[in-house]
Design a protein around this ligand. Structure first.
Ligand code: NAP
Length: 283
């Protein structure tokens, strides 16, 4: 590969939302974007939009292995960056989460994501450079009520990222976390579907809260301080192009606010604020 060849980036979850926006934005910036999606129809749409698209379902080890093999084959084993974006939110009170539902949330958001990452690291080590960009969340910084499954996966993603940063120190492979607050995407609609599919609302001790939240979820009013996905793209570009990328990039006012509040407030006060926001929030 010559220096003029564009740098290759693999992105998970490009069917919609942040992943799709980042795929378009990085292509415009001159990267060679491998835009993946788990459904065939979305792979075809991405292909029609001119991307080198490929199937990648984080719930399937076979799919992950095939996707990585395809990208490495097409790039002569040179993959500059991986953007771990694909994920979903499973709402519901912690006591209403079955083991199966909690496991499914971890399979996608954490285990599949880490399996994918571990498969690209050898190529990054061999080329002596690489960027791993993990899309975390404000819910990887603080916890909202009724988002326990999702909170747990994003806290775990933060822990694995922090650990990898120590283990990859000195390798020229950098791990960065992007921590968005509310962003326009299909996230909320998808979370609502997961909620309806997996939570037994009628028999829950939280049914009154669920009834209220369903009313809100059916509406389209965005949460306060919601930003377009381009706000995330901007930080992904920083993580890709900074000489020494940061460990964390916050996106949206609520993320920056809670990064501070988490440090300065006593737990009791922080809990009261988080509970109030959780009940009022829609995500
Ligand atoms: N939107 C927000 O407010 C917000 C805030 C903080 C963090 N985030 C994070 O941002 C990232 C992108 O979310 P988004 O807001 O763009 O939501 P989105 O519109 O729901 O997009 C999520 C993407 O992840 C994909 N995905 C879900 N399960 C997958 C699987 N098993 N294998 C591969 N891909 C899978 C979805 O594919 P399908 O279309 O096939 O379902 C979709 O492409 C996620 O990591 C999310 O946690 C979002």
């Amino acid at each position: 590969m010559t220096n003029t060849e564009p740098r290759a980036v693999l992105i998970s979850g490009c069917s919609t939302g942040i992943g799709r926006c980042v795929a378009h934005g990085l292509r415009r910036r001159g990267y060679r974007v491998f835009a993946s999606a788990r459904r065939q129809a979305d792979v075809e749409n991405l292909s029609a939009a001119g991307f080198e698209s490929l199937p990648l379902d984080l719930d399937s080890s076979d799919s992950i292995r095939t996707a990585v093999a395809t990208v490495l084959e097409r790039t002569g084993s040179r993959l500059y960056a991986l953007v771990n974006n694909g994920a979903y939110g499973q709402p519901g009170a912690v006591e209403d989460l079955s083991r199966e539902v909690l496991r499914a949330q971890f399979e996608t958001n954490l285990f599949g994501t880490q399996e994918l990452t571990n498969l690209v690291i050898p190529a990054m080590r061999a080329q002596e450079e690489g960027r791993i960009i993990n899309i975390s969340s404000i819910l990887g910084i603080v916890c909202f009520a009724y988002r326990g499954a999702y909170n747990a996966t994003k806290f775990a993603l933060e822990a694995l990222s922090d650990t990898m940063r120590l283990e990859l120190r000195g390798t020229n492979i950098y791990v960065s976390l992007i921590e968005p607050g509310p962003i326009e995407s299909r996230f909320r609609a998808n979370a609502y579907e997961a909620f309806k599919r997996h939570i037994d609302r009628e028999h829950s001790a939280h049914r009154e809260y669920y009834a209220r939240v369903e009313k809100r979820l059916e509406g389209t009013k965005p949460m306060p301080f919601t930003l377009p996905p381009e706000a995330v793209l901007k930080k992904v570009i920083c993580a890709l192009e900074a000489r020494r990328p940061k460990a964390r990039y916050g996106v949206t006012f609520p993320t920056h606010l809670f990064l501070v509040l988490r440090r300065v407030l006593p737990t009791r006060v922080l809990d009261a604020i988080l509970k109030a926001i959780s009940i009022g929030g829609q995500r």
